[in-house]
Design a protein around this ligand. Structure first.
Ligand code: NDP
Ligand code: 1BO
Length: 316
């Protein structure tokens, strides 16, 4: 069982493996979160936009009681949704209420994209050219400055960002007082984003890997390099992928609602430098982005199969 932790720039410890909760359906996620805590997880990754924070909160309560733990024994992250960039504290309060918590350990800006506060994109009719008026002109730095104010409230212990490319970070850092504690990005051997990982390391920002297993229907699990290393080590492909992140100093956030997988995903093994190099080679025949929301197109993100989330204002 992994009890590895990394240290945030606030001095707080963050467990290297956390349970993801995106696409964990109401009706399943309470049991999944409770099971995870009982199985040894001390880190849960949530978000307002996942629409399941009520149940996640129930699972946290149940898991803590069953395991005889206190709130302070676990690390909880949630995220500001795009339609709330002009209403930061309001969205945090909504998440805290749903989760049944009075603080989160980490509060992330989910995407560097401010969307129309009137609602989500489904409510906006398409214009003749197929686009929608979704995106506000508001810059991520202005939203982040509002997030900085939350640190005085005691409702967040640390703040950070998500889906920030190096370009976005370079625009943000000179203009803010608090260096983000974390940057949560899509990360796996098909999209290692080494440039962002290296830049974050240089600036003292912990990288968190979302979709570390390759997300739903993962194409990664069957890659020859992954199955070969799995056979060599005597571990599952999932364990190999999660161990790849931890070896790179990256937090891994596997999602599962299946009890046996929840348990398995806590197993981290040591990989040799040759094995890590073999995994690193996977992307050489082409990177692949697996999570690509529709607003990425509107915002000028590049082709979904290549590269990282770049800034509309001049990508690397
Ligand atoms: P993952 O890479 O965690 O993959 C989840 C899928 O893998 C599910 O279908 C799950 O099935 C399956 N699975 C889990 N464990 C195993 C295993 N050991 N063997 C085989 N299959 C397995 O994908 P996600 O995209 O969900 O990413 C993880 C988390 O990252 C999210 O839940 C969320 O918390 C965060 N995230 C953040 C984003 C952001 O923008 N900041 C974007 C995307 C994700 P099952 O559940 O049925 O067991
Ligand atoms: C738009 C996808 C968000 C998952 O975190």
């Amino acid at each position: 069982m992994s009890d590895t932790t990394f240290t945030l720039n606030t001095g707080a410890k963050i467990p290297a493996v956390g349970l993801g909760t995106w696409q964990s359906d109401p009706g399943q996620v309470r049991a999944a979160v409770a099971h995870a805590i009982k199985a040894g997880y001390r880190h849960i990754d949530c978000a307002y936009c996942y629409g399941n924070e009520d149940e996640v909160g129930q699972g946290i309560k149940e898991g803590l009681e069953a395991a005889g733990l206190k709130r302070s024994d676990i690390f909880i992250t949630t995220k500001l949704w795009c339609t709330y960039h002009t209403r930061v504290e309001e969205n945090l309060d909504m998440s805290l209420k749903s989760l049944g918590l009075d603080y989160v350990d980490l509060y992330l800006m989910h995407w560097p994209v401010a969307m129309n506060p009137e609602g989500n994109h489904d409510k906006f009719p398409k214009k003749p050219d197929g686009s929608r008026d979704l995106i506000l002109e508001r810059k991520p730095v202005d939203t982040y400055k509002d997030m900085e104010k939350l640190l005085q409230t005691g409702k967040v212990k640390a703040i950070g960002v998500s889906n920030f490319s190096k370009t976005f970070l370079e625009q943000l850092l000179p203009n803010v007082s608090v260096v983000p504690a974390a940057n949560q990005i899509e990360n796996h051997p098909l999209l290692p984003q080494q440039e962002v990982v290296d830049y974050c390391k240089e600036k003292g920002i912990i990288v968190e890997a979302y979709s570390p297993l390759g997300s739903t229907g993962s194409p990664l699990m069957k890659k020859e390099a992954v199955t070969k290393v799995a056979e060599e080590v005597g571990a599952s492909p999932g364990t190999i992928l999660l161990s790849y992140h931890v070896a790179r100093g990256v937090v891994a956030l596997p999602k599962s609602v299946t009890p046996s997988r929840i348990e398995e995903n806590l197993k981290i093994v040591k990989l040799s430098s040759e094995q890590l190099a073999a995994l690193d080679k996977i992307h050489e025949s082409g990177t692949q982005r697996l999570v690509y929301p529709e607003f990425g197109i509107n915002f000028g993100f590049p082709d979904k199969n290549h590269g990282v989330a770049h800034s509309a204002a001049g990508a690397a």
